[in-house]
Design a binder for this molecule. Structure first.
Ligand SMILES: Cc1cc2nc3c(=O)[nH]c(=O)nc-3n(C[C@H](O)[C@H](O)[C@H](O)COP(=O)(O)OP(=O)(O)OC[C@H]3O[C@@H](n4cnc5c(N)ncnc54)[C@H](O)[C@@H]3O)c2cc1C
Length: 183
């Protein structure tokens, strides 16, 4: 009788800093492990800390924000990367997740032995009047940075207000790089 070889299947939701690091480490520790990243974004592994510099044109090219594309990460590590796939439900009893393809709207299901949730965070839009008006931006992803940068470059904006005084907002370099593009 043929010997049945069993490979542990690890599914990772999210493919930016946490997801890609877990995936690469797992493959380094045990290459035969079957590791798959599911990401609702088109891009994985981008440098969030570079976004303000991209908006301020200190980093001129968007591709410089991307540490690895899904293809290059996959070739480098042996991890399968499926982008534009949003996980909608975790079914722990049957060890599966339900998902949907954001490209085709097709419902999908993936099995796992171990699940890693590295779905990160999203920018919070406070429920205040006008928050969804044109020229109100959040700053979290390369797409957010693109939206802000193209509006800045259109010359439409002369003054900016930054709401929030946390660590990122207070980064002097961040503020000066952004503001220098307005004046
Ligand atoms: C402007 C800015 C500046 C920063 N500067 C610095 C800095 O100088 N130094 C520093 O150390 N850090 C910095 N950070 C923080 C750093 O970028 C984050 O800590 C890091 O991105 C967090 O990575 P993560 O993998 O935990 O989550 P995230 O980056 O949030 O990634 C989560 C991923 O999971 C995906 N996802 C979420 N839900 C689902 C789902 N249901 N199905 C499938 N996929 C899903 C998302 O689309 C996303 O791609 C900065 C961040 C920003 C926004």
């Amino acid at each position: 009788m043929d010997k049945v070889v069993y490979y542990m299947r690890v599914l990772i939701i999210g493919g930016v800093a946490a997801g890609t690091k877990v995936a690469a480490k797992l493959k380094r520790e045990n290459y035969s492990c079957d590791v798959t990243i599911l990401s609702k974004s088109k891009e994985i592994s981008y440098a969030g800390c570079g976004l303000p510099y991209y908006v301020g044109n200190v980093i001129s090219d968007r591709s410089q924000l991307i540490v690895n594309t899904p293809e290059s990460f996959s070739a480098l590590t042996g991890v399968s990367v499926l982008t534009e796939v949003e996980v909608t439900k975790v079914n722990p009893a049957e060890k599966t997740v339900d998902a949907v393809s954001l490209k085709t709207k097709e419902p999908l299901k993936y099995e796992y032995d171990k699940l890693v949730i590295a779905s990160g965070a999203e920018a919070i839009k406070p429920g205040i009047d006008g928050v969804n008006l044109k020229n109100v931006f959040v700053m979290r992803t390369p797409d957010d940075a693109d939206a802000l940068r193209s509006t800045v470059e259109s010359g439409e904006i002369k003054r900016a207000v930054i709401v929030g005084g946390g660590y990122h907002s207070r980064q002097q370099s961040t503020l000066s790089h952004i503001l220098s593009t307005f004046y």
